[in-house]
Design a protein around this ligand. Sequence first.
Ligand SMILES: [Cu+2]
Length: 333
Amino acid sequence: MKRRDFLKIGSAGLAGSLLGGAGLLSWTPRASAATIDRSFYVTEGTITQPDGSDVYFRGFSASGTGLNVPGSSLVVQEGDTLRITVINTLDVDTSFVIDGLVDSGPIGPGQTRTVEFTVDQAGSYLYHDGLNAPYNRLLGLHGGLAVMPAGSSNELYPGSPTFVQQYLWLINEVDPVWHADLARRRNPTTAFEPRYFTINGRSMRVPGHPDYANPAVDAGYATDTRLVGSLGDRTLVRILNAGLCIHSVHFHANHVEWLATNGQPRPDVWLKDSLRLPADKGGIDVIYPFEAPPDAWPPVSTGHYPMHFHDEMTQTAGGGLYQFGIATTISFE
Ligand SMILES: [Cu+2]
């Protein structure tokens, strides 16, 4: 392998990726469909994990000199045409795929390709590199697409329960042995053993860690993961799983309204506090209602509560560091 100057994304560098990060989505509906242009630069680099390890990643990035993992979220509405240009800065093939919607085919080293497609169905979609599956996707080449119902600002699908704000959480699992193999342009030969677990590319930090409460690094404080609302601020959370593992998503303080799984609206909306997140590009859509926690006495209207996963490995980093995994904060303000 030729020596590369990998981008190293530390606590300072990540601030740049917040600009185009996944997470809190802003959206204003339009009266008519539009064509949305977006460019992604396929880049590579390293990201420092909670135990200090630098791990290799690839990303659909906002510039040729940055690294965005995951790629920035897209929000569009039914009927829109998306025109996505992918600039491959690497010496290996890449592709841009949304299952059932678009597949660019292989984009060779140094090549640029534009794909154009129309979205007809509201919902949450994962875009990813479909080549060398699942490796290129796990390396970070993935992101989220939210398709709103035409002309609507507050529904997941036409007639769904409504919300006032929406987030997108992209989940991934990281096996550093696999990533190191792929950095050397060879496929892994070992069993999948993830040691880092991320929500929008970040893991939780705890008090005492130098990056505790640093919103560029700590998933508990990052503006695109942390749910912030006042009573009544019903919040849609689109949760997409780029990884290979089934997960258990657990919310404190409120039950959520479970609206859809894998893009399919559920026939009935159930209230749940723990939900199964399907593996391998699965997804669920839920509304966190920001109601006063029903069982609290004396009654409360402000406070901080966790969202964390209930499958234990996701709460660790480096094979053991507890509470450095997939979690964030739900803040009633
Ligand atoms: Cu809990």
